[in-house]
Each structure stands twice: as C-alpha cells, then as structure tokens.
Design a protein around this ligand. Structure first.
Ligand code: IMP
Ligand code: MG
Length: 170
C-alpha cells in the first residue's frame, strides 16, 4: 500500500464543515435548499454538511466522472442522476474537490438548463492552481496545493473513501 500523509484531521474538517453550514444558512435563510450531491466523492461531505443545516433541505444525487486514476481526462461523462425537477428551486451543488474546474463547469451548464431559481456551489477542497476553466465556488472549505489527496470520500482507484481525514498519497 502507498504511504499517506495527513493534511487535515477529522476534527479540522468537522470545524470547517460547521462554518460552511453557517455561511450557507445565512445565505438561504429559511428557503428550501435543493442539495445536489456529486457522486461518488461528495457523499461523505454532503452527509456531514446537511446534518449541520437545520433548515429545510432536499437531497439529490448525480454521478459524473472526468478522472482516470490520478489525472483528469478533460471530458466529463454522466453515469447516474436521481435529481427530479429542479426548476424554480434553490440548488446548491455540493462537490468534494475542485481541480481543473471542468466537472463543475459542466454541471453548472447542465443544471442551468433546468432553470433553477438560484444555482450555487459548495466545494470542500480547492486546488486553485490547477484551474483550466474560469469557475469559482460560492462556498469553499480549504484551498490545497496541487497534490493528489484521498479520504473523507475521495478515492484513488476506489480505495480510501472511508478515511475520516484527508491525506496526501505519497
Ligand atoms: P476537475 O473536473 O478537474 O475539477 O476534477 C474534479 C473531480 O476530479 C472531483 O470531483 C474528483 O472526483 C476528482 N479529483 C480531483 N482531484 C482529486 C484528488 O486529489 N483526489 C481524488 N479525486 C480528485
Ligand atoms: Mg467528484
């Protein structure tokens, strides 16, 4: 097994997730939030985040992929979508990590076609230096350097999603 170096502990992540939830609550007040969880990587983050949101929330899932092992391929493919109609909804895309930005931009374009009232994005980890397209999250947890990371939902070839912390694959 490759070596791992912890970047953010379980507690550091929990503190930041609570702060993000506070910001989100301020923004939406008592409107219903339609959370769109981007599978698979965001399932842990979304599960923690929605439990800190004591406002009305609906949850939807969509699965896309652009990665093969540790590199982005630049093309986004659809695998699954549970999202019902998002027209007139206040949609919050919840994404684990932002790298080139290709995936998030694709999702923003795709969801916009459904004409939600508002469309915002919440990203936990952001590798800003890797950006290839101009996309900025509305809510962001941590900025991180350009290293391949795993844990807290993020995988390498489907492994490590169950780690409670975020680690760099060495
Ligand atoms: P982007 O389209 O290049 O922004 O890539 C975003 C997607 O790539 C994320 O939703 C992740 O699924 C995956 N990804 C990007 N960087 C990492 C990483 O460091 N570890 C695990 N998955 C990653
Ligand atoms: Mg992902």
């Amino acid at each position: 097994m490759p070596e791992l170096r912890i970047l953010f502990s379980e507690n550091e992540i929990a503190v930041r997730v609570r702060q993000l939830a506070e910001q989100i609550k301020q923004e939406y007040q008592s409107r219903i939030i339609d959370v769109l969880c981007i599978l698979k990587g965001s399932f842990v983050f979304a599960a923690d985040l929605i439990r800190q949101l004591d406002v009305p929330v609906r949850v939807h899932f969509i699965q896309v992929s652009s990665y093969s092992s540790t590199e982005s391929t630049g093309t986004v493919r659809f695998h699954f979508s549970s999202s019902s109609r998002l027209e007139h909804c206040d949609v919050l895309i919840v994404e684990d990590i932002l790298d080139t930005g290709v995936t998030l931009q694709f999702l923003l374009e795709h969801i916009s076609l459904q004409r939600p009232s508002t469309l915002r994005t919440c990203v936990l980890f952001d590798k800003e230096s890797k950006r290839r397209v101009d996309v900025k999250p509305d809510f962001r947890g941590f900025q991180i350097e350009d290293k391949f990371v795993v844990g807290y939902g993020l995988d390498h070839n489907e492994l490590y999603r169950n780690l409670p912390h975020l680690a760099v694959l060495l």
